[in-house]
Design a protein around this ligand. Structure first.
Ligand code: NAP
Ligand code: GLV
Length: 312
């Protein structure tokens, strides 16, 4: 019998219980705070933003499933168990959601929607003529699971696509691939619409500061749906206010929710979304978690196991 210890603040657990039970009715689904005792026997944790120290107390946990693709909500815990696999979410629902969000955001900046929306508020008929998609250079920062599905969603529009990752990827038709810190500047200099899909790590924190953002061509736009730590917000705002950068769509922020008095809220050329670019869907996530529990039970390696040394 599989036992799951589930933790998610502020949302109904019933939807999750039902989704898990639909895939395997025999699972024992324990919803926090009713996790029982560590002596009750082996269990799998399936959690989002668990309170620090909690996972360490449950010495019966055999593996930890993150309810999201990001794991910064786990690594903030100084007592996070290091002796069990930590598995990042990688279900199809999350990938579809991110592909939709990135396609929508790139199209909006390409077609000048932030500018047109500002004009509408002033009853201004001023028109915006967009370049052909083939002349718009889109660059995806982070070419992992979500970067790759986002690129696939953009390809049919004909954008001039590129992506940047830490390690080299095999050549692929329809996209120019860059990798490594030494090639970041060249990648930025060729990018009209930048899409951030990087995890939060020591290396990515503050990566897009004033100097790096200034490498983008004048008139470029910035989309960030990875983690808020990537961008130095004051530097981004300075470049948006000066008109050097044309616009931004931001889904993630260094502090969430973005404080009500933050100056970003007031910028006409910025679209703000409340960390909803890709939300883990119970149906596809339940299949993903139970499929991976089966792998672990067969002593196979699970998908998307966190590598603590690289931080993602
Ligand atoms: P992933 O499969 O692990 O991909 C991460 C990508 O980032 C990889 O291509 C990796 O390079 C690259 N990378 C990491 N560190 C780098 C560095 N220092 N320099 C260059 N490239 C680096 O992760 P994913 O599933 O695509 O998810 C990406 C992130 O999206 C998550 O970590 C999470 O923070 C965020 N996210 C946000 C939302 C939302 O709603 N806003 C939803 C889901 C996820 P390699 O390929 O060489 O390893
Ligand atoms: C959401 O931000 C996630 O990490 O899945």
């Amino acid at each position: 019998m599989t036992r799951i210890l589930f933790y998610l603040q502020d949302y109904s657990h019933d939807i999750w219980r039902e989704a898990i039970k639909r895939v395997d009715p025999s699972v024992e689904f324990r919803s926090f705070p009713d996790w029982g005792s560590p002596d009750d026997g082996p269990a799998y944790a399936f959690v989002w933003e668990p309170e620090p120290g909690l996972l360490a107390r449950y010495t019966n946990i055999k593996a930890i499933f993150s309810l999201g693709a990001g794991i910064d909500h786990l690594t903030r815990d100084p007592d996070l168990p290091k002796n069990v696999p930590i598995i990042r979410m990688g279900d199809d629902g999350l990938k579809e959601g991110m592909a939709e969000f990135v396609a929508m955001s790139v199209l909006m900046h390409h077609r000048g929607m932030p500018q047109l929306m500002a004009k509408q508020r002033n009853r201004d008929w001023g028109r915006y003529f967009a370049s052909a998609a083939k002349d718009v250079r889109v660059g995806i920062l982070g070419y992992g699971a979500l970067g790759q599905v986002s690129a696939a969603a953009l390809k049919p529009f004909g954008y001039d696509l590129a992506a940047w990752s830490r390690t080299q990827k095999p050549a692929e038709e329809g996209i120019t691939l860059y990798h490594g810190a030494e090639n970041l500047n060249e990648f930025l200099a060729r990018t009209d619409i930048l899409v951030g899909l990087l995890p939060s790590t020591k290396e990515t924190a503050g990566l897009l500061d004033f100097d790096r953002l200034s490498l983008l061509p004048e008139g470029a736009s910035v989309i960030n749906a990875g983690r808020g730590s990537l961008i130095v917000l004051d530097d981004l705002m300075a470049l948006l206010n000066s008109g050097y950068l044309r616009g931004a769509t931001l889904d993630v922020f260094p502090e969430e929710p973005l404080p009500k008095d933050h100056a970003l809220w007031g910028l006409d050329n910025v679209l703000i979304t409340p960390h909803i670019a890709a939300i883990t869907r119970p149906d596809t996530a339940a299949e993903y978690v139970l499929r991976n529990i089966e792998k672990l039970e067969r002593d196979e390696t699970a998908e998307n196991v966190l590598d603590l040394t690289r931080g993602y």
